[in-house]
Design a protein around this ligand. Sequence first.
Ligand SMILES: CC(C)(COP(=O)(O)OP(=O)(O)OC[C@H]1O[C@@H](n2cnc3c(N)ncnc32)[C@H](O)[C@@H]1OP(=O)(O)O)[C@@H](O)C(=O)NCCC(=O)NCCS
Length: 187
Amino acid sequence: MFRLPVDATLDLVLLEPRHAPMLFALVDANRAHLRRYLPWVDGTLGPADSAQFIAASLEQFARGQAVQVGILSGGVLAGHCGTHAINWHQRRTGLGYWLGKDHQGQGLMTRAVRALATHAFTALGLHRLEIQAATDNVRSRAVAERVGFAYEGTARGAEWLHDRWADHANYAMLAEDWPPKPGTTPR
Ligand SMILES: CC(C)(COP(=O)(O)OP(=O)(O)OC[C@H]1O[C@@H](n2cnc3c(N)ncnc32)[C@H](O)[C@@H]1OP(=O)(O)O)[C@@H](O)C(=O)NCCC(=O)NCCS
């Protein structure tokens, strides 16, 4: 099964059906934390929903349509990240990600997104990666900026989040700018 080792303690792995209870437990324990910016959380009501998500992710991976992976930190499922549907005609896609609350603040997502970007630009040969975050999602924007994605502007009213239209801060990285030269990113 697909596994992208990031460093000694961090791995990105294609989740399998057996991971469904673990994935659901992580989402379930982090509902309030995750739902603020992730509308799908309210529709994840039991392990069967996580199993369905994993089955869809496996199929998308097998068809070359997307790469969606669990984040294992020290062997523990800490969160999830991946590409949205890949536009192979234009060789571009978006990235999405989330972590359990207790797994924040350790640089896990920054390292995961770096590894995912390297995989997307080298192994997959993509040309453009995008990250879209609600303008007030400070932590998500910080990940994009820390990894070196360029801010390209704000899309107004881009996403319905429960009870409001959220503006999106749009970030992107191009293959020719990867990896960012030392000194061009804060970290
Ligand atoms: C967005 C989200 C994944 C960001 O998590 P995060 O923990 O802030 O991001 P990282 O894992 O990259 O960790 C960065 C933090 O670890 C610190 N850190 C420690 N070691 C680090 C390292 N080696 N490299 C980078 N940062 C490191 C950073 O200083 C930063 O700390 P700070 O929060 O005090 O500034 C998380 O907040 C989340 O899941 N939110 C809810 C879902 C969501 O909004 N998803 C995105 C939708 S667009």
